[in-house]
Design a protein around this ligand. Structure first.
Ligand code: PGA
Length: 266
């Protein structure tokens, strides 16, 4: 067993943020201009997920920067009678290269299920978008001793029907539901390491071999104090941040805090 505090192979390291339902055009442009001006990301792979209404603007402003842009959700169909929805080709046309799927707020408030996440994963890959699938257990599921089962089920169903080669093109974020948002409590790093080890087993199984399975990010009340300890965990390949990265300066500072030296021994 590896020591959870020992950095594991897996460089480079992702640091991304979803703005959720925040970001009017002026604020979004100002944020994008500021992070476009960051000249050293200290080796991290940055990405931002703004609301649909400003996505094209943000993607245009970040076109010549290393920062990737993603949507926060999408529909699984290409087009058609799906009032209020956005498709993968629409996201691509706006300049998105990624899409967040299955966030707990979508599962809880908007009826997202493991089955619809799976349809969306297939659609994202068909259209050249990298899906970032969010998974996580509720407090009741953790208290009831079924957290690992819930996480395994979410992973398996999200990847259902993909070839092993396609599995490697999906990203995951482990976000315990009880750790997210204003009422969230940051998860103890040991708990994250233990959950990540179980998730990795599932990912390796789906990918058909260890070492080629998807990146696994951690999210939920990540902030400047806890970013480095989470980033140091074996099996965690990035951080997915909400509130603490809702200013450009906050985001850039988090990326710096999470940056790890590229040279890591066994
Ligand atoms: P938070 O959100 O960092 O504000 O807790 C994380 C998330 O919802 O992904």
């Amino acid at each position: 067993m590896s020591d959870p505090a020992t950095p594991a192979p897996g460089w480079p390291f992702w640091v991304g943020t979803s703005w959720k339902m925040n970001g009017l055009p002026d604020d979004a442009r100002s944020y994008a201009e500021r992070i476009a001006a960051v000249d050293d990301w200290h080796g991290v792979l940055p990405f931002v997920m703004p609301p649909f209404t400003v996505l094209a603007d943000v993607a245009r402003l970040l076109r010549d920067s290393p920062v990737q842009v993603g949507g926060q959700n999408m529909h699984w169909d290409e087009c058609g009678s799906w009032t209020g929805e956005i498709s993968a080709p629409m996201l691509r046309q706006c300049g998105a290269t990624m899409v967040e799927l299955g966030h707990s707020e979508r599962r809880r408030h908007f009826g997202e299920t493991d089955q619809t996440v799976n349809l969306k994963v297939h659609a994202a890959l068909r259209h050249g978008l990298t899906p970032l699938v969010c998974i996580g257990e509720t407090q009741a599921e953790r208290d009831g001793g079924v957290a690992d089962l819930i996480l395994a089920r979410q992973v398996r169903l999200a990847l259902h029907g993909l070839t092993a080669a396609h599995v490697g093109r999906v990203m995951f974020a482990y976000e315990p539901v009880w750790a997210i948002g204003e009422a969230g409590r940051p998860a103890p790093p040991e708990l994250v390491a233990q959950a990540a080890a179980g998730i990795r087993q599932e990912l390796d199984r789906a990918a058909g071999a260890p070492g080629v399975s998807p990146p696994l990010l951690y999210g939920g009340s990540v902030n400047l104090e806890n970013a480095a300890p989470y980033a140091a965990l074996a099996g965690i390949d990035g951080l997915f941040v909400g509130r603490a990265a809702w200013t450009a300066e906050g985001y850039a500072a988090l990326a710096r805090a999470a940056a790890r030296p590229p040279c890591r021994g066994p």
